[in-house]
Design a protein around this ligand. Structure first.
Ligand SMILES: [Zn+2]
Ligand SMILES: [Zn+2]
Ligand SMILES: [Zn+2]
Length: 149
């Protein structure tokens, strides 16, 4: 699902408020970072943000990303090539279906992996603090493109 977001959207304000709630003051560089994030429709890397905002220090970018991930506004997406991306999120805990061809990412919620993981871990007397799962493959449109005519 793609959402269209406009410049100066309430989303940017929401992200700023989230940072402020976490004690991160609203400064010009931070404002630039959240504005750039709010305009992203796909997942992005910290490096891409830095290229877009060369005047903003890497430390500011990484700190903002970290705080937004911790507060659930962003999620981390690990691509199959090992690159870590970020993506706007409003879903709480979920996983991603990642297309290795077009890079499309679809949220996966409500699958029954959670219970199985809990059981397997419990059987090994392992105390779980979290898990991270990405699913790689090809999306429907990419499969359709490859069908012989
Ligand atoms: Zn996500
Ligand atoms: Zn695809
Ligand atoms: Zn999960």
């Amino acid at each position: 699902m793609t959402m269209v977001r406009k410049r100066g959207s309430p989303l940017a304000e929401q992200l700023l408020e989230t940072l402020e709630d976490r004690g991160y003051r609203d400064t010009l560089p931070r404002r630039a970072v959240v504005q750039a994030i709010a305009e992203r429709e796909r997942h992005f890397t910290a490096e891409e943000l830095h290229e877009q905002l060369p005047s903003v220090g890497r430390a500011t970018i990484f700190r903002s990303l970290k705080l937004l991930v911790e507060s659930g506004m962003l999620c981390r997406v690990l691509l199959e090539d090992g690159n870590l991306h970020y993506q706007l999120s409003h879903r709480g805990h979920h996983h991603h279906l990642l297309c290795v061809q077009c890079g499309n990412s679809e949220d996966l919620v409500g699958c029954d992996i959670e219970d199985q993981l809990r059981q397997v871990a419990a059987a090994r007397r392992f105390q779980v603090s979290g898990h991270w799962l990405e699913v790689y493959g090809r999306c429907q449109s990419c499969q359709a493109l490859q069908q012989p005519a």
